[in-house]
Design a protein around this ligand. Structure first.
Ligand code: CTP
Length: 447
């Protein structure tokens, strides 16, 4: 019996897939089809898979060509499968010519002619209108955003706004954007969505204006410095039927999502304590060290450290206490925010003038998770137990600057798909704004 194997995402199942499976089956007597998991696709940069794994498997099954369907979830699996299943022929479409020569060591490799003018990518772009994004602000993070957006199919950054026209023009020229303006009305004209990357204290106003103009909004952290403002913005987004998402990139990156899943899975027992630290020594002349109202370590990096705390311990803390080491101008160089929960506790450490070990430590009744710096760009973490020999190591890809994950999820939600909003919920976003508010109130009181 001649055994054949082929692999694919088989997203939005189309004629090209059907033809390929038919030809693959005709190569032998028994066809095995490997369907990729969403996580594996994400890790190799395919961020836009629409159909769930079971739907994609079901579509392959319905063709009747597959004698067996397996799931592909890691690099190197093809080599393993070919040996494990005793495969005679490995086959894929002709778009892969030359990519699988290494498989010839194990079996015959056949590149089948690809069906012309059809692909999942084409269907995705036809099914949905292109999302045109305008950027508000031209600072450090905005500069990283535009190249990252190019990795997400179906989105196009075409406009920029800055109240300083020269700044907008420079940015527009650098990234070849259609619109570079200091006029908000003009800015809103040719876009469907806005990425807010302006100074922190301006986020609330810009988000509100964008929603009032019926735009979807991805807003850099922190969304707002007051709980009521964050609530108001999410209520407005609901009323306008638009997506509003706070851009803490960590929340959307695959390694962090996996770490949260494992923490909540019971492997380490009940989570009792979360300690998160993020510090970066920052130049004295920069906004973080000079803006007396909104500068300082906690407003700068607190969103990062509060994220795993809110996700794992919940938003319903009983008490929060802030202790800071301050600069001569009153801004916090280093802040500890300690939370007390009904059955647990948490600690956030953030700083711009004190350096510490940037780690995330999640303690449970059976064991703990340790993610070392930079845990906020999660690529690696360990699950440890009383018995050191039981230690488990988890690795994950973090591509580029990592902004592509939040952009992909933003686009996915705009297209009306459900299922990714759990990564960072409105409730968590609102709770973080509430903590920021308490911290700034304390600062105002001069404490
Ligand atoms: N395939 C094909 N003809 C097409 C499209 C895909 O023969 N027009 C083949 C691919 O070469 C691969 C298999 O179908 O062997 C699964 O491909 P997959 O990557 O899932 O589909 P694409 O439509 O190419 O997906 P995307 O656009 O997301 O890359």
């Amino acid at each position: 019996m001649k055994k054949v194997i082929t692999y694919g995402s088989f997203d939005l199942f189309h004629e090209g897939h059907y033809n390929l499976l038919k030809r693959a089956k005709a190569l032998g007597d028994y066809l095995i089809v490997g369907v990729t998991t969403e996580q594996y696709d994400e890790s190799r940069g395919k961020l836009n898979i629409v159909d769930s794994l079971d739907k994609r498997i079901e579509n392959v099954r319905r063709t009747g060509f597959a004698d067996e369907i397996i799931v592909e979830d890691h690099p190197g699996q093809k080599v393993e499968d070919v040996q494990k299943y005793g495969i005679d022929i490995f086959t894929v479409g002709s778009d892969w010519i030359g990519c699988f020569e290494h498989m010839r060591e194990f079996c015959e490799v056949v590149y089948l002619e690809r069906t012309k003018n059809i692909s999942s990518t084409i269907i995705r772009s036809q099914g949905y209108q292109l999302i045109r994004i305008g950027v508000i602000g031209t600072g450090r993070i905005a500069v990283r955003f535009v190249p990252e957006a190019k990795y997400v199919s179906g989105v196009l950054v075409n406009s920029v706004y800055n109240p300083n026209l020269a700044g907008a023009k420079d940015f527009g020229t650098k990234f070849e954007l259609d619109v570079a303006t200091d006029n908000l009305e003009e800015f809103f004209e040719k876009i469907d969505a806005v990425y807010v990357a302006s100074p922190h204290e301006t986020h609330y106003e810009y988000v509100k204006k964008a929603l009032e103009h019926d735009k979807h909004v991805l807003c850099e952290k922190p969304l707002a410095f007051q709980k009521a403002q964050a609530e108001e913005l999410f209520a407005l987004a609901r009323q306008k039927d638009r997506i509003l998402l706070e851009a803490i990139k960590t929340a959307y990156c695959p390694g962090f999502v996996q770490m949260m899943g494992i923490a909540k899975s019971g492997i380490i027992g009940k989570v009792c304590d979360v300690e998160a630290c993020f510090t970066r020594l920052t130049d004295k002349g920069l906004r973080e060290r000079t803006d007396l109202e909104y500068g300082g370590g906690f407003t700068e990096f607190g969103s990062h450290t509060l994220l795993p705390i809110m996700k794992l311990m919940g938003t319903d803390y009983k008490e929060v206490r802030f202790d800071s080491i301050k600069d001569t101008n009153g801004l916090d160089l280093y802040t500890k925010a300690s939370f007390v929960y009904e059955n647990g506790m948490a600690l956030s450490k953030s700083g711009v003038g004190v350096k510490s070990e940037g780690q995330l430590l999640i303690s449970g009744t059976n064991g703990y998770i340790l993610a070392e710096s930079p845990w906020w760009l999660t690529q690696y973490f360990e699950v440890r137990f009383e018995d050191p020999s039981k230690k488990e190591r988890y690795f994950s890809k973090f591509l580029g600057q990592g902004l592509r994950y939040e952009i992909s999820d933003f686009a996915y939600m705009i297209h009306g798909h459900q299922g990714r909003s759990y990564k960072f919920t409105q409730e968590e976003s609102i709770a973080i704004a509430g903590v920021m508010e308490k911290f700034l109130e304390k600062r105002k009181r001069g404490e």
